[in-house]
Design a protein around this ligand. Structure first.
Ligand SMILES: [Zn+2]
Length: 237
C-alpha cells in the first residue's frame, strides 16, 4: 500500500510538472498576445500621416476661397473704376489720370491673384489625391488590424480559460502530494526549470546519465528516488 502511494506521488508530480510547463508556456503566449492587442505603431503612423494631409488640404481650400473672394473684389473694383473712367462724369484730367493709374494697378493685381490662385488650385489637387491615397492606406491597415485584433482577442480568451482550468488541475494535484515533496519539487523547479524526470532504460531522462544499481532498484521499486547526478525526482512511466 505504501509502495503504491509513492508511485502515485511520482506520477502526480509528473502531471504537476506538465501542468506547470503548460502554465508557463501559456502565460508567456498570453503576455505576447496582450502586448499585441491595442493600436499598432503602423496604425498610429498611417492615421497621423492622413491627418497631416487633411489639415494641409483644409488650409489650401481656405486659401483658395480667400483668393477667389479677393479676385471677385478686385474685378468689381476694376469694373466700377472703369465705368467712372469711361462714364463721362469725371472730366478733370488729373482725376482721370489717377483713375487710369488705379485701373492699371488693379489689373496687375488681378493677374497676380490669378497666378496665386492657379498655384493654390494645383497644390489643392495634389494634396487631395494624397489624402485619397493615405485614406486608402489607412483603411487597408485598419481592416488587417481589425481582423488580427479579433483573432488575438479570441486567443487571449482561450488562453485565460485554459489557464484557469490548469490552475484548478494544479490545486487538485497539489492536494495529493506530501508538503515536503512539494517543497523539493518547487525548489528543483526554481533551480533547474524542471523538477521531475522520467526514468527509462536505467537512465535519468532529465540529465541523460545512467543511474547506479541502487538507484535503479529504488526507482523501479516505486520509492521516490532522486537522480544522484542532477537531483531531479524520478518517475517510472
Ligand atoms: Zn538526472
Amino acid at each position: 500500500m505504501c509502495e503504491e502511494k509513492v508511485v502515485t506521488t511520482a506520477e502526480t508530480l509528473y502531471q504537476l510538472q506538465q501542468a506547470d510547463d503548460d502554465v508557463r508556456a501559456k502565460e508567456k503566449r498570453l503576455a505576447k498576445v496582450e502586448g499585441q492587442l491595442g493600436e499598432s505603431e503602423e496604425l498610429h503612423a498611417a492615421r497621423a500621416s492622413l491627418e497631416e494631409a487633411e489639415a494641409e488640404l483644409y488650409e489650401l481650400e481656405k486659401k483658395q476661397r480667400q483668393q477667389e473672394l479677393e479676385l471677385k473684389t478686385v474685378a468689381s473694383k476694376i469694373e466700377s473704376e472703369e465705368s467712372r473712367l469711361y462714364g463721362g462724369r469725371v472730366t478733370n484730367p488729373k482725376e482721370l489720370a489717377g483713375l487710369q493709374k488705379e485701373v492699371r494697378y488693379l489689373k496687375e493685381r488681378r493677374v497676380d491673384i490669378e497666378d496665386s490662385l492657379l498655384e493654390t488650385m494645383m497644390s489643392r489637387e495634389e494634396t487631395a489625391s494624397r489624402v485619397k491615397e493615405r485614406k486608402a492606406t489607412l483603411e487597408k491597415i485598419e481592416s488587417g488590424w481589425e481582423s488580427a485584433q479579433s483573432t488575438l482577442a479570441t486567443e487571449r480568451d482561450q488562453l485565460e480559460s485554459d489557464l484557469a482550468e490548469l490552475q484548478r488541475r494544479r490545486t487538485h494535484l497539489i492536494d495529493e502530494i506530501p508538503p515536503d515533496v512539494l517543497s523539493t519539487y518547487d525548489y528543483l523547479r526554481r533551480l533547474k526549470g524542471s523538477a521531475v524526470a522520467q526514468f527509462e532504460n536505467g537512465m535519468c531522462m532529465g540529465c541523460r546519465v545512467g543511474l547506479s544499481t541502487v538507484d535503479r532498484h529504488r526507482a523501479k521499486s516505486g520509492d521516490l528516488t532522486t537522480c544522484s547526478n542532477c537531483g531531479r525526482l524520478l518517475v517510472v512511466m
